[in-house]
Design a protein around this ligand. Structure first.
Ligand code: 5AD
Length: 310
């Protein structure tokens, strides 16, 4: 949706002064919708809106409605930092958003400010509550764990699932850009996270069939309403199961998050001709080469999650 974010997270936002795209480089909602319709014709009918931070976009609620009205999509979801969610959760749901993932790495207000640069914990937490009330289903929390930074909160996060239908997902931190490289040793393995949860709450029941098709393994604590998920982004290679294709806000298709290779649709979109065939050809090419990429060929320190994350 955008290459900008309203937070400044210690492991995510680039250190160097950000080179944001010009306004006219970012696709219009009409252009985005056209792409969505064409991808849907190729069978890709599940869409996740991400960023940057999608909720900083003006008229995002209307855009969700516009996407829903195409009738082309089975599911529309969003990944957000939740800062602007409390007033929008209900409207998003009514416009056609099905479910939501909220990134939240701590439950402590001061620590939230230390991690993100802003004192917005209360806003995010209200956003989580409003998302549950609005009936976005499920509401997933994304928790990136780092040793010595927030790994003392594993039990507190897991505890949330006891009396709320939340899905709390612990994500193994992986170094992406230059800023995050210095935390390379801070990643906490999912095995270890699981051990700590069982140590605290007892046996976990493995659960399948959770909406999302993603890379997470899900578990249930005894008697809980929600679930915990473990995403082994660092220790496991789930390239073989990856069914995602990313499109950034400038219209570049990214077949693999880690490859850096893109296919630029904007010149075709703006050629002045309604050349759907050329667009579809490019989409097919991008999908075809997707299987060639492997996570181990990481683009070293050059992946900016703050502009293509999710
Ligand atoms: N390692 C793991 N997860 C990350 N995210 C962003 N950067 C990283 C990283 N280096 C997570 C965000 C968000 C999701 C889209 O990706 O916290 O929840």
């Amino acid at each position: 949706m955008t290459d900008k974010c309203n937070l400044n997270c210690m492991y995510c936002t680039p250190l160097e002064k950000n080179q944001f795209l010009d306004r006219n480089e970012v696709l219009t909602y009409e252009e985005m919708t056209r792409i969505v319709i064409l991808f849907a014709q190729l069978g890709i009918r599940k869409l996740r809106l991400t960023g940057g931070e999608p909720l900083i976009k003006r008229d995002i609620i209307d855009f969700v409605g516009m996407l829903r009205d195409t009738g082309a999509l089975e599911e529309i979801t969003m990944t957000t930092n939740g800062v602007y969610l409390q007033d929008r959760a209900d409207k998003l749901k009514r416009s056609g958003l099905d479910r939501i993932n909220i990134s939240i790495d701590t439950l402590k207000r001061e620590r939230f400010e230390a991690i993100t640069g802003f004192d917005f914990f209360d806003d995010v937490w209200k956003g989580v509550e409003k998302a549950l009330e609005a009936g976005l289903d499920p509401v997933k929390l994304n928790v990136v764990l780092m040793k010595g930074i927030n790994d003392d909160e594993i039990a507190d996060f897991a505890q949330l699932t006891l009396d709320r239908p939340l899905i709390v997902r612990f994500i193994e931190f992986f170094p992406t850009n230059k800023r995050s490289m210095k935390y390379a040793g801070s990643s906490l393995k999912s095995d270890e996270v699981k051990k700590r949860i069982t140590g605290h709450f007892g046996m976990l029941e493995s659960v399948s069939g959770v909406k999302g098709n993603g890379p997470s393994d899900y578990y249930k604590l005894a008697g809980s309403k929600g679930l915990v998920g473990l995403i082994s982004s660092y220790t496991e290679n789930f390239c073989n199961n990856c069914n995602r294709v990313r499109i950034d806000c400038a219209g570049r298709i990214s077949p693999c998050l880690f490859s850096g290779h893109t296919h630029d649709m904007r010149p075709i979109l703006r050629s002045g001709r309604f050349d759907d065939e050329a667009l579809v050809r490019m989409m097919r090419d991008a999908l075809k080469i997707k299987s060639r990429y492997r996570k181990d060929k990481l683009r070293n320190g050059q992946l900016e999650m703050s502009s293509i994350g999710g």
